[in-house]
Design a protein around this ligand. Structure first.
Ligand SMILES: Cc1cc2nc3c(=O)[nH]c(=O)nc-3n(C[C@H](O)[C@H](O)[C@H](O)COP(=O)(O)OP(=O)(O)OC[C@H]3O[C@@H](n4cnc5c(N)ncnc54)[C@H](O)[C@@H]3O)c2cc1C
Length: 400
């Protein structure tokens, strides 16, 4: 039976898609148990791109779950997406990262793209034939988005792009990178546009050089790379929505989906750490009894389980709002902030509960502990989340 901390039931009374979603989640859990959990430690240790896992994701149709059916996807809701992300991240956080930038790209094309762009990209993205990367950050611009420098200059039917983008997750294997560029360097936020940059997966592509994999603390197996543009030509037909100056607002709308992904994967990683801990605490004995019988350990488990439950509910709330098309920067920011901090705290407590074994690569806690901090930094640091949350709360509760 599902409880607050374990798998959640999906069915809503009278929901015609409930059965399909239940079935899909069962398929995802089986895939996770058979292919991801048994291999994650090896891929992580070798920082190896898990090609068989990505190929299986294509076969299962996971790259199309939120793409509308008219473009070849399943058109599922954002909460179901979050539940799938949780299950994958429970197995290995990296696998949820293959979906994140891809669905941020799909969301951008689906929401803002011209009909021609939807027809050209979405069906191939739904099958995973081309995968998506999301490129906002630069070496000197992360939180401060307006200070990006990558420049796109219109030349006939093309834009000529020059500059360096940084930290692209999936940046080498992706076939399309949704890329924020400056089209008018004098116009701050209104001077930014999004280009759909098409490339072959690999280290080079006419005017694009992909840097080597950045060596990371965790989140291994998925490549994170620099992308250098040197007079790279992008057809003007690939300007998202066909209108310059919309890029900042478009990318921020996609970031809400990215923050829901981060909160969902934080729930997945935290749930794994919690479940490993509650099992271990009932097996490991000290002073003549299982450590779960020591009140100090029970209190840790109580705090971990409570935080996990709250994080999941916040994630689902943000997901439902996003799916209804409501503005949800406040709720997505809160969910991302709370869930990532809760996940990091739960992983630290899991390490304590496991004692010396928590520090050994033989147990999964060591990997969860290295993976968790990314979620504090990625999709906008938690300091930036607090700025967004604070501003929105002051708007809402302003006094005259
Ligand atoms: C593994 C990994 C994968 C990533 N994948 C992607 C990707 O696919 N696409 C992409 O575009 N980016 C990606 N990023 C980049 C990520 O989004 C940025 O690292 C993040 O937004 C922070 O930007 P920064 O690193 O430039 O830090 P900075 O902006 O330099 O911030 C440094 C510190 O200052 C704080 N700070 C900054 N401004 C303020 C302020 N006004 N008030 C208070 N504190 C402030 C920050 O919170 C942080 O603590 C990835 C990063 C990592 C580590």
């Amino acid at each position: 039976m599902a409880t607050a901390t374990t798998d959640q039931p999906v069915s809503d009374a009278g929901d015609p898609d409930a059965e399909l979603r239940e079935e899909l989640l069962a398929v995802v859990r089986r895939f996770r148990d058979e292919m991801i959990i048994p291999t994650a430690a090896r891929y992580d240790a070798e920082d190896l791109y898990p090609e068989p896992i990505v190929e299986k994701m294509k076969e299962l149709g996971l790259f199309g779950i939120t793409v509308p059916p008219e473009y070849g996807g399943l058109g599922l809701d954002v909460r179901t997406y979050a539940q799938i992300v949780e299950e994958l991240a429970y197995g290995w956080m990296t696998v949820s990262g293959f979906l994140n930038t891809h669905f941020m790209g799909c969301f951008l094309i689906k929401t803002f793209g011209t009909e021609d762009q939807k027809q050209r990209f979405l069906p191939r993205m739904a099958t995973g034939e081309i995968r998506g990367a999301y490129s906002l950050s630069e070496p000197d611009a992360g939180s401060d988005v307006a200070s990006i420098r990558t420049r796109a200059v219109r030349d006939g039917d093309d834009y000529v792009v020059n500059g360096t983008k940084m930290w692209l997750t999936n940046g080498r294997e992706a076939g399309v990178a949704v890329t924020l560029v400056k089209t008018d360097p004098d116009a701050a936020h209104r001077g930014m546009s999004v280009l759909l940059v098409e490339k072959e997966p690999g280290p080079r592509f006419e005017g694009i050089t992909v840097g080597p994999n950045i060596h990371k603390l965790g989140y291994r197996g998925v490549e994170t790379v620099e992308l250098v543009f040197d007079d790279h030509r992008v057809p003007a037909a690939n300007l998202l929505g066909g209108e310059e100056g919309q890029g900042f607002f478009q990318m921020m709308a996609a970031v809400e989906l990215g923050r829901i992904n981060i909160s969902a994967r934080a729930v997945g990683v935290a749930r794994r750490a919690f479940e490993e801990s509650i099992r271990y605490a009932q097996q490991r004995e000290t002073f003549g009894k299982p450590i779960a019988q020591h009140q100090a350990i029970q209190f840790k488990l109580a705090e971990m389980g409570t935080k996990l439950h709250a994080a999941r509910l916040m994630c689902y709330d943000a997901a439902d709002r996003k799916h209804r098309g409501e503005r949800c920067d406040l709720e997505a920011g809160m969910a991302k902030y709370f869930a990532s901090e809760a996940c990091w705290e739960i992983c630290q407590e899991a390490l304590r509960i496991h004692g010396g074994n928590g520090y050994a690569a033989e147990y999964p806690i060591e990997r969860l502990y290295r993976d968790a901090p990314l979620m504090i930094v990625g999709e906008g640091t938690n300091e930036i989340q607090k700025m967004v949350i604070g501003r929105r709360l002051l708007d809402e509760y302003g006094v005259d």
